[in-house]
Design a protein around this ligand. Structure first.
Ligand code: NAD
Ligand code: TDX
Length: 332
């Protein structure tokens, strides 16, 4: 296996994975297929070795684009998705199209050409936990709560059905909340950092007691590469780095690291159906495949992420105003 096709490779985590693989596997050839929606940006892929890298602009729902690209690869790593929960509550249709129909097209192409698939999913498919519940593991029943997580759950079910009914050679990973450079300013951490950088307050949804389990995007990438190379076909692996924090705690760290005080944290309308807590038990991936996260100090990873946004305002500024205008409409 040395020719991979990465869907959604111009997005936040997909591009991190492409940069990571390009560094860690210097003999691999990587093709990216990406529609370049508002969330995709080819700058995320600048500087890659052109002799081993190809970019295809296209929609994963389009069979005529997907099929030849899949036929031309040894394995497909499928990141492409609509990913923002708030957008899914406002306008669910693109989530059904890309996350469900798009995954169906990928599955049909890998089935036809007998290719290896790794499907990227999220911990949100398991719904939410109470503060003292045990963490999610590979046997936790699916209980999605938003249109985003319902469509991701639907895509996971399609992959599981194609494995069982057609013998498709696939694995699935469900990861927790990612942070790091190149994340769109609509998402929680970059939104708050760039709010401070543009003189605006941080926007805390509801009580701020909701818990997310943070992992650096590069640890997600190393987990995915481990599963792609060593995972058992047909299996699901959970990826997480024991990074549980309340949203309030994350905001307190951001203001501290950026030299502000808590008066900068403004409580805004809560997200409808807001999941209370996600937490991942990643012991299967660690014990069976020997994976370990590298970024175990969240404060250090967050400080480096803040520095990246400070130094790369030309990357995020073009998106900032329109993103905040959308939030204003939602009262958040
Ligand atoms: P992102 O929104 O930053 O990037 C998504 C990419 O997919 C963009 O480049 C976009 O242009 C592309 N895309 C969207 N629709 C497409 C289509 N129809 N055809 C082709 N390309 C299309 O997302 P992300 O945060 O990098 O997430 C990547 C994957 O990881 C998703 O599957 C998501 O569900 C999963 N995930 C994300 C997180 C997280 O915290 N961000 C956590 C767990 C899992
Ligand atoms: O301004 C904000 N203020 C705030 O308090 C924003 C944008 C979010 N929040 C809260 C909502 C969540 O509890 O912060 C938490 C994180 O929010 P998001 O960044 O929107 O992430 P989340 O909804 O948890 O989903 C993310 O993790 C799992 C990704 O967007 C998904 O794609 C991934 O599957």
């Amino acid at each position: 296996m040395n020719k991979i096709l990465v869907t959604g490779g111009a997005g936040f985590i997909g591009s991190n994975f492409v940069r990571y693989v390009s560094r860690e596997r210097p003999d691999w050839h990587i093709s990216v297929i990406d529609l370049l929606t508002y969330a995709g940006n080819t700058q995320n892929l600048d500087g890659l070795d052109e002799s081993r890298f190809k970019f295809i602009k296209g929609n994963i729902c389009d069979e005529n684009t997907i099929e030849p690209a899949v036929a031309d690869s040894d394995a497909v790593v499928h990141f492409a998705a609509e990913t923002h929960v708030d957008n899914s509550v406002h306008d669910p249709r693109p989530f059904v199209d890309t996350n469900v129909v798009g995954t169906f097209q990928i599955l049909e192409a890998v089935r036809k050409h007998d290719k290896r698939l790794h499907h990227i999913s999220t911990d949100e498919v398991y719904g939410d936990l109470e503060p003292n519940d045990p963490k999610f593991n590979e046997d936790t029943p699916y209980r999605p709560s938003s249109p985003y997580s319902a469509t991701k759950a639907g895509s996971d079910h399609l992959v599981q059905a194609w494995i069982r009914s057609f013998g498709v050679k696939a694995t699935i990973s469900n990861c927790s909340n990612n942070y790091g450079p190149y994340q769109h300013v609509e998402k929680m951490i970059p939104r708050q950092i760039t709010n401070i950088l543009t003189g605006q307050k941080l926007k805390l949804y509801g009580s701020g007691q909701n818990i997310r389990d943070w992992i650096h995007a590069e640890d997600h990438s190393s987990g995915v590469l481990t599963i792609l190379e060593k995972g058992t076909l047909g299996k699901t692996y959970l990826i997480g780095a024991d990074g549980e924090k309340t949203n309030k705690q994350v905001m307190q760290l951001i203001v501290e690291l950026m030299g502000k005080d808590e008066s900068w944290i403004e409580q805004v309308n809560d997200r409808p159906g807001h999941d209370l807590r996600y937490a991942i038990d990643s012991s299967k991936l660690r014990n069976e495949l020997g994976w370990q996260p590298r970024y175990t100090d969240f404060k250090e990873g967050l400080a480096a992420t803040i520095d990246w946004y400070r130094q790369n305002d030309s990357w995020w500024k073009p998106q900032k105003e329109s993103t905040e205008a959308k939030y204003k409409e939602l009262g958040r």
